[in-house]
Design a protein around this ligand. Sequence first.
Ligand SMILES: [Zn+2]
Length: 373
Amino acid sequence: MNVLYLKCVSCGTTYPKNKIIYRCGCGQSLDIVYDYSRIGRKITWQKLRKRKFCHWRYREFYPIENDKNIRTMEEGGTPLIRSSIWCKKLKFDLHFKYEGVNPTGSFKDRGTTVEISKAVEFGAKKLVCASTGNMGASVAAYASRAGLDATIFVPKKTTTSSKINQIVIYGSKIRFIDGDYDAAIAACNKEQKKSNAYLLGDYPYRGEGEKSVSYEIADENGVPDYVICPIGNGTLLGGMWKGFVEMKKTRLTKKLPKIIAVQASGCNTVVSAFNKKINYVEHSEAKTKASAIACGTPLDGLKALHALQQNKGYGIAVSDKEMLSAQRMLSREGVYAEMSGAATFAALLKTRNKIRKNSKIVLIATGHGLKDV
Ligand SMILES: [Zn+2]
């Protein structure tokens, strides 16, 4: 209802909002442009807070034209848990946004509810999606709920059994692909062209859903000084930054946080582009056991890189060993995050001397530890 058009993040080409399109003709990601003065006239925190605390509380910021197309499981509304141990030890006001309690156990449900609602709006019946596992599990659940037929393409070697079990039990077809996540994307795209199925994944509508993590953080505890967020495809980081900027444009906040991006050192494409001050993201092999961020060619890498450049934040690469150690440290106070989510804490430990004491910091713990044991 509030969408104006779609725009390429690289060449600036625009596309009408009623056209099904996944990427720009130049191959890059698309961004969705809204009428923020219209949204700003309609909402205030007071009005929003009369609605239930979950993802759809902020529905004016999503690209759904008609509310009857919304398919939801009341995702979002996840707890912002204050650290009991590390606040004292590190002398920060530290919180974990614990995304493991979403309906399928990861932040992906925020993007999926919007993508599936949009697929319903476009009249789609058959869906295809390539995934490292979490997105596939999430799409499988929401597709079944919406009565849509979904096929999920996953890398055979690296997708964890818990994520495969989720995809199967929710009722989607699964295709195991030899090779990495990039190979799964190639197979999925080939099938999409052949069958004309609706393509889900880190395309424009998903990022719009993943923005809600920023609205919830601001809504519950105000905009923090720092947010530390992992990068797989870069969709979450790009969406989260867009969410904070949108809150400023619609006068819900005056403050913006500093963003610290985290990648695995065996797959640190965006962090490396940011540090080299280049305006493109190079391909890398995905050498990490943190399966959810093992993306050698991040689909929204450029979006995440632009977010980091605009924010004047910075990026950190952490090793698998550092992630596993951070995962154990977080678990000792009850927060069991999967490796890619624990990467945020590993990054904080590495950068803590650069952050002033008593800063308000939020770490995005993206998925439940049980997803990747
Ligand atoms: Zn373009």
